[in-house]
Design a protein around this ligand. Structure first.
Ligand code: X2X
Length: 340
């Protein structure tokens, strides 16, 4: 019934306003959304909430289907953004760190210790001028940005020993993802980083091909990383990426302004719920991970200072290579939260 109604009104529009109908009439039966992880994880759940809200509020006109495991790009999450540009992916709900080979500057938020805590994180994503700049970068890259959630603070885990200082990472084989920046950080501690997708990471941990990984503890728990021999966790909050909700530009342009507004609001609502979920899980994570028999170390302020000093060179190099003007503005917003 719904569909017939749609066909008729599209036909009527085509008669009355052929050009407009051409630009905005061609809705697809399904819009493909890529997420790296499924809805059992807060990030994948954010995507699911967004798809559901959009479907409900457009009465099914915009049907977003979630493809977890980055399956639209055969699990190669670093290809998401270019696949979006090629029309393979319509909707992004992802971490820009995964796209840094395509659009490096979008990963600006992931610089080591740039956003030291949630107070800093909230000040940054709540700063309208800053986010307007960021959204312009996303538009220039080919997508319409809608909202920003949170993938979560990334923490170290390994099978070898408690990691309290950079030296403890010496010789540890660690799986990293997305950006060469993460690799460089690990190398600067004397660890041996290997780049691999999330799909490959779990077998590599299980077989002992790698000793370590870094991910939010929420991900550690949902993926049961403790069952893959990971016995030590360091909760050092070294990097936190946004979760970007965005639509491929040609798809965005094909929707009516009224539908665009609905979709934007649905993404904003989904992002809010997703952030609330991430925060709740963050509060509980040390307790939950410890309960599994994993040794969790929460660094002291003095230890945190040592980690920050150890990553300073990498920070400076990558700031220069991403978008230094933008990163400086982020630093200024964060600095204000330190005084308050
Ligand atoms: O692969 C990862 O480590 C994950 C799920 O955190 C990302 O996609 C960045």
């Amino acid at each position: 019934m719904q569909r017939r109604h749609l066909v008729i009104s599209a036909g009527a529009a085509a008669l009355a306003l052929p050009r407009l109908a051409f630009a905005q009439g061609a809705y697809k039966a399904e819009y493909k959304m890529s997420t790296v992880v499924p809805p059992a994880f807060a990030w994948g759940r954010g995507g699911e909430i967004f798809a559901n809200l959009t479907r409900e509020r457009t009465n099914g006109r915009i049907n977003i289907k979630q493809y977890p495991g980055a399956s639209l790009v055969q699990g190669q999450q670093d290809r998401e953004f270019s696949a979006m540009r090629q029309g393979v992916i319509d909707v992004l709900c992802g971490a820009p760190i995964n796209w840094s080979g395509t659009v490096r500057e979008l990963a600006a938020f992931t610089l080591p210790f740039l956003l030291p805590d949630h107070k800093a994180y909230d000040a940054v994503i709540g700063n309208q001028a800053l986010m307007a700049d960021y959204f312009d970068m996303v538009r220039k890259a080919g997508a319409e940005p809608l909202a920003v959630g949170e993938t979560g603070y990334r923490q170290l885990s390994n099978s070898k020993r408690a990691v309290l200082k950079p030296d403890d990472m010496k010789g540890i084989k660690i799986r990293v993802v997305g950006s060469p920046m993460y690799g460089e950080i690990m190398t600067s501690f004397g660890a041996n980083p290997t780049f691999m997708s999330w799909a490959d990471a779990q077998p590599a941990l299980a077989s002992g091909a790698v000793d370590a990984q870094e991910n939010p503890l929420e991900v550690f728990l949902a993926a049961k990383i403790n069952t893959l021999g990971q016995k030590y966790v360091t909760k050092w909050n070294y990097s936190n990426d946004i979760l970007l909700f965005a639509i491929a530009q040609p798809v965005w342009a094909s929707w009516t302004p009224a539908d665009q507004k609905i979709v934007r609001e649905a993404a904003q609502d989904a992002a809010k719920q997703q952030i609330a979920l991430v925060r709740k899980l963050f509060e509980e994570d040390v307790q939950k991970v410890s309960a599994l028999g994993v040794q969790v170390h929460v660094p002291t302020p003095a230890e945190m200072q040592v980690w920050q000093v150890a990553t300073r060179r990498t920070y400076a190099r990558w700031k220069a290579q991403t978008n230094p003007g933008f990163v400086t503005k982020v630093e200024e917003v964060v600095a204000k939260t330190r005084k308050a």
